[in-house]
Design a protein around this ligand. Structure first.
Ligand code: SF4
Ligand code: SF4
Length: 230
């Protein structure tokens, strides 16, 4: 039995989970989810959510506040008064599992941030480092209790872990480029999904042929029509 199998998923309750534009595109195009049903913006003035990886976005309605785009939280049924990731499915507490059980409702399609937990890349991007997990992820509430023991290397597949970390790093680096473009002229929050969709729906281009009109070849060019319209 894996370490998570008997857990109420305190990680999916405690943390704001940053998502990338690629995650957003995956949810909206492959799962047919509405952006407003799964995404939100979390204030991150101290950089505790971005952790120097997820980009900060600014918006016209609150131009001084840096935000990280994250998975939405909703109220928990198992732990009234607390919140959880909107994709976390809860099995109510019983004698065997006094905190209940938690299961990810989109496990196969979960964001890269979730796939990487609880590891990060070392400085040379060659090894995965396991985080030292605290006993509680927030304020001591039992809902936010974390792993029952520290993770060890044998809990994870070494190749899949490194590959997930590399993809997560790549996508957040690309998303940071997108943030730089957006933040040049921050638009309204309600225009954000359309902007992201334009960028991520145009990640594949054809090699230019002679005597044909030239296509956009950079993400900045793809964003330009939106910026002009905004
Ligand atoms: S998407 Fe799944 S794994 Fe990620 S926080 Fe939500 S429930 Fe947990
Ligand atoms: S809190 Fe730890 S053991 Fe529980 S689901 Fe999350 S990662 Fe797994």
């Amino acid at each position: 039995m894996g370490i998570c199998d008997s857990c109420h998923s305190g990680c999916c309750r405690s943390f704001a989970v940053p998502i990338s534009g690629a995650d957003i595109h995956q949810f909206t195009h492959q799962q047919n989810l509405n952006f407003w049903d799964f995404a939100c913006r979390w204030e991150d003035a101290e950089g505790l959510i971005s952790r120097n990886l997820a980009p900060h976005f600014f918006f016209a309605d609150d131009p001084e506040t840096p935000f990280v785009i994250c998975l939405k939280h909703i109220p928990s049924a198992s732990f009234p008064g607390t919140t959880k990731c909107r994709f976390l499915m809860e099995c109510l507490p019983d004698e065997e599992y006094p905190k209940g059980l938690g299961r990810c409702g989109i496990y196969q399609e979960r964001p890269q941030t979730c796939r990487c937990f609880p590891a990060k890349l070392n400085d040379s991007n060659e090894l995965a480092i396991l985080y030292d997990i605290p006993s509680n992820g927030r304020d001591g509430e039992p809902a936010y209790d974390l792993c029952s023991r520290q993770w060890t290397a044998s809990d994870l597949n070494p190749n899949e872990t490194i590959q997930s970390l590399i993809i997560a790093r790549y996508e957040m680096t690309f998303f940071s480029k997108i943030a730089m473009i957006w933040n040049q002229t921050p638009g309204e929050w309600n225009h954000f999904p359309e902007f992201i969709d334009r960028i991520y729906s145009n990640r594949i281009i054809s090699e230019p042929r002679q005597n044909t009109p030239s296509q956009s070849t950079t993400v900045a060019e793809n964003a330009e029509p939106f910026n002009k319209a905004a």
